[in-house]
Write a protein that binds this ligand. Sequence first.
Ligand SMILES: O=c1ccn([C@H]2C[C@H](O)[C@@H](COP(=O)(O)OP(=O)(O)OP(=O)(O)O)O2)c(=O)[nH]1
Ligand SMILES: [Mg+2]
Length: 153
Amino acid sequence: MSSTRPRLQCKVLDERLLDYLPSYATAGSAGMDLRALLDEPLTLAPGDCELVRTGLAIYIEDPSLAGMILPRSGLGHKHGIVLGNLVGLIDSDYQGELMISVWNRGQTSFTLAPFERLAQYVLVPVAQADLAIVNSFEDSTRGSGGFGSTGRQ
Ligand SMILES: O=c1ccn([C@H]2C[C@H](O)[C@@H](COP(=O)(O)OP(=O)(O)OP(=O)(O)O)O2)c(=O)[nH]1
Ligand SMILES: [Mg+2]
């Protein structure tokens, strides 16, 4: 399948990152891993949440795209290391440093090593919308049903 890959402008804010630029681990990877820009190991006690630098600023520019910062499944499942904001949403016009809110939701302390891959960055398509204000909707099959209205089986 042929496709044109978007090109994202990326500022490297700390030269140590030049050895660790994000890349796709495999041809089919959905995300590029982001690393922790730390001068020394960071220990997170159970319940701790810290904002960690990535040392990278990625300017998407195109409003039909957004970035998402997602946890890595191994860290999340095995060590309880997830994101304090659950998911990070990166606006196309954001030009600042990508920051990762790291939350230890587990029962044991976890030490993050400098430059460890701690989350992943996924580029996603986005549609911005305009709201048309109406008084009623044409009926749909679902109507207002939600929150389990279709049952469990
Ligand atoms: O995990 C994250 C989430 C957000 N951001 C940056 C990029 C994003 O474009 C900006 C704003 O994020 P968001 O809109 O989710 O936060 P907010 O609390 O609404 O802040 P703002 O008022 O700046 O929009 O913060 C990060 O670096 N990491
Ligand atoms: Mg916002």
